[in-house]
Design a protein around this ligand. Structure first.
Ligand code: ATP
Ligand code: ADP
Length: 141
């Protein structure tokens, strides 16, 4: 059993119809389950700290603006191979490309642009632990 951190970014969280459709698709996944969820509103400092690895990249300011534009949902997802299964469900980083290669994925269905790609998923066990602690510091791990 494995846990990962997922984000439903501000554009999804602001749209009740999309949010309901996304939660239904997660619910329909054979092994992934949501074990904790909370709404988050980031300050500029929160965004800069979470995305520190991207500082200096051309999309960094856009990314921080997007992620502070409104509330978003943080999820802890659990199941066998949860890290890989959640990333497979959300699909490739770039939604327009995802529409060609993997049209069933969440980013292909809902993503807007390279930056506003609507979802995040931890990419390794170490990252998942760090990101779960970042969003759910109150949980005993
Ligand atoms: P992956 O690891 O598959 O690339 P990710 O979502 O973990 O996916 P990161 O590389 O960690 O992506 O980038 C974090 C976020 O920065 C992305 O989810 C996206 O919102 C934005 N981003 C990444 N690459 C680009 C890009 N080339 N142009 C614009 N925005 C980008
Ligand atoms: P948004 O910021 O609207 O969410 P994107 O992240 O897709 O959308 O950014 C789109 C802008 O970034 C466009 O102006 C595009 O020309 C520019 N852009 C895309 N890729 C690159 C790149 N590799 N280097 C510099 N600018 C880029």
């Amino acid at each position: 059993l494995c846990r990962t951190l997922g984000l439903l970014k501000p554009d999804i969280t602001a749209n009740p119809v999309f949010l309901r459709q996304v939660l239904a698709q997660i619910h329909d996944h054979p092994t992934l389950g949501i074990v904790h969820q909370k709404a988050v509103q980031w300050s500029a400092q929160d965004a800069q700290s979470f995305y520190a690895e991207h500082r200096g990249k051309f999309f960094y300011q856009r990314l921080c603006d997007y992620m502070t534009s409104g509330p978003f949902m943080a999820l802890i997802l659990e199941g066998p191979e949860a890290i890989r299964n959640w990333r497979n469900l959300i699909g490739p980083t770039h939604p327009i490309r995802a529409r060609l290669s993997q049209p069933h994925t969440l980013r292909a269905q809902f993503g807007l642009t390279d930056t506003r790609n609507s979802f995040h998923g931890s990419d390794s066990i170490d990252t998942a632990l760090r990101e779960i602690k970042f969003f759910f510091p109150e949980l005993q791990l």
